[in-house]
Write a protein that binds this ligand. Structure first.
Ligand SMILES: [Zn+2]
Length: 295
């Protein structure tokens, strides 16, 4: 295909802020290296809890204006990461944040959790066939930690990867495209444990400390197949996370969500290859998500 950069990375996330927490350093690194970095966010995060007291009026049980506000935070975060292509699945506001598992919001009209997977995936197929990424990054089947929108994001992203490659599926959405490599976001258990040990040993300004179970995607180290050292982009990642001020409080190498429990901010980001061929030697981790990919 003409006019496309050589390396093209697509990330699919549930809410504004997930991309910066999970992949901020990776996104900044590849954007700086001239790769096409495309972010698709499935909802506006309308049901999030608001941290700053002076913005509490935006909350869903008050003015219900958090969604558009978070779209603005996301745009600011993408500026910090140098990412220019960010989109909402089906357009801004098409799918609504479903809230935590078990809430009545799960089944509200327009809630992402209640969306038909194939119908939602068709919106993503259109993006895949136009951007033609070699690499897709999304969550594991549990969405990393069981949030309905994260689980649904996994289903939609994986389904879209399949459908985008099928010539018979919706030819009106563009020419078929097979994504060479698919990764799930991961955190190695040893890295999470070490991060919490650092956090407990220091005087970070949080009312409490989270637990390993609060961190999405923690798995045994043996399941990690790729690690991206984003140390050089640590400042960019922290700045992007700060841009999501309604959701995240950053303090040095740590941060907290609305539960005010501190957790480590990782600048090396970890992945598990679940489709496609590893570009690393057997038994080694990849250090480039595009390793082995021919454009
Ligand atoms: Zn989320």
């Amino acid at each position: 295909m003409k006019d496309l950069p050589d390396r093209r990375l697509l990330l699919v996330h549930a809410h504004p802020d997930d991309e910066s927490i999970n992949n901020g350093a990776t996104m900044a690194l590849y954007a700086a290296a001239g790769a096409q970095v495309t972010l698709v966010t499935c909802t506006l995060g309308e049901e999030g809890e608001v941290i700053p007291a002076d913005l509490a009026h935006l909350a869903p049980d008050r003015e219900d204006r958090l969604g558009p506000y978070r779209a603005g935070e996301l745009a600011a975060a993408m500026k910090e990461l140098g990412v220019t292509d960010h989109r909402f699945l089906g357009g801004q506001g098409r799918f609504r944040d479903s809230g935590m598992m078990g809430l009545e919001q799960n089944h509200r009209e327009g809630a992402f959790w209640s969306a038909d997977v194939d119908e939602a995936a068709a919106h993503l197929v259109e993006v895949v066939r136009s951007v033609r990424p070699q690499v897709l990054v999304t969550y594991d089947p549990d969405g990393g930690y069981g949030h309905p929108d994260h689980i649904q994001t996994h289903r939609v992203a994986m389904r879209a990867a399949t459908l985008a490659a099928e010539p018979g599926f919706r030819p009106d959405l563009g020419a078929p495209h097979a994504i060479a490599k698919i990764y799930w976001n991961r955190v190695p258990r040893s890295v999470a444990e070490e991060g919490f040990a650092r956090l407990r040993a220091c005087e970070a300004d949080f009312p409490g400390v989270a637990e390993i179970g609060d961190i999405p995607g923690v798995v045994d180290d043996s399941e990690i197949t790729a690690e991206i050292d984003g140390t050089a982009y640590a400042d960019r990642k922290a700045a992007a996370m700060r841009a999501h001020a309604t959701q995240i409080a950053v303090d040095g190498p740590f941060f907290a969500l609305s539960n005010e429990l501190g957790q480590p901010l990782f600048t090396t980001e970890y992945y598990q290859l679940v489709a496609g061929e590893s570009g690393a030697e057997p038994g080694e981790r990849e250090h480039d998500l595009f390793a082995g990919v021919s454009s």
